[in-house]
Design a protein around this ligand. Structure first.
Ligand code: SF4
Length: 274
């Protein structure tokens, strides 16, 4: 997976933003995350090497705009050019995650039609309130590839009024970082059950740092959060795309994709019990 960070900086908009990793990491470097700037990599997909070949080779999944929100107001003057690049590089697949799906309709280019086939849009729903607001909007938008991201999962969510064949998959995960809020395995399993009921693929991406299972709570190190989720073996269908929220920025490189699917709900948890 390649990554393309067009602009940097953002504004907190909902509960899921409280411990935003962009703010967390910028704070360590004395940088103000609320100042939004274009990055030096704005035209990265268009760049070529000495052999006159694109630096991002054909066929790559490009994790797009991971230290901001692609639909942020501040980026309105730059987005048209970003869409143009995505259209020119129709040999790539671009994926972005947004908490501003309500702005989508006013942000698309004139030739969008029913969507560019090489663009995957992931809408975050971190709690019931944001699911109820964003998902009806998301469902009705002309987008060819749609995913729901329940990350950080902050409470039980009933997605069932919204799930259907329009959703390519649901990704669930807990919150990372020192101030992480609790993620309960029962919430994860409940969303999985809803996905089974609607025939929607499901991926448990990571536990987060503060996790509860069977009434016991655990602190889980960053390096173990994905591995522990993987151990649960509750994914429905193998996935070729990892819609990782944090990996490119916090670890310096994109996460690798894929998960092992299909087995009964079980797994060996955990470490460092509180
Ligand atoms: S980058 Fe995402 S989590 Fe952070 S403030 Fe923006 S919308 Fe919220």
């Amino acid at each position: 997976m390649a990554s393309w960070n067009l602009w940097h900086g953002c504004h907190k908009i909902s509960a899921g933003c409280a411990h935003c990793y962009v703010y967390r990491i910028d704070a360590r470097h004395g940088r103000d995350s609320s100042i939004v700037t274009k990055t030096k990599d704005f035209d990265l997909p268009m760049r070529k090497n000495r052999m006159k070949e694109y630096k991002i080779p054909s066929g790559e999944l490009v994790y797009t705009c991971f230290t901001s929100d692609f639909l942020l107001e501040d980026a309105d003057p730059w987005r048209e050019e970003a869409w143009r690049i995505m259209k020119i590089r129709s040999d790539l697949r671009f994926l972005f995650i947004t908490k501003r799906i309500h702005r989508f309709a006013q942000c698309i280019p004139p030739d969008w039609g029913d969507g560019y086939d090489n663009v995957v849009v992931c809408c975050t729903a971190e709690n019931q309130d944001r699911a109820d607001f964003r998902l009806p909007i998301f469902r009705d938008l002309p987008i060819r590839h749609k995913s729901i991201i329940c990350e950080p999962l902050l409470g039980p969510i009933d997605l069932s009024p919204y799930l259907g064949s329009w959703v390519e998959d649901v990704v669930v995960g807990g919150e990372s970082g020192i101030d992480a809020r609790l993620c309960d395995y029962a919430w994860v399993l409940d969303i999985r059950r809803q996905c089974i009921g609607h025939g929607v693929p499901f991926h448990f991406r990571q536990t987060g740092a503060y996790f509860r299972k069977d009434g016991k709570t655990y602190r889980i190190l960053k390096k173990d959060q994905q591995a522990q989720a993987h151990k649960a073996k509750i994914d429905l269908r193998p996935r070729g795309i990892d819609k990782s929220v944090e990996a490119p920025y916090s670890q310096g490189k994109p996460a690798s994709g894929g998960s092992t699917p299909q087995s009964p709900v079980q797994g060996t948890f955990f470490i460092d019990e509180i």
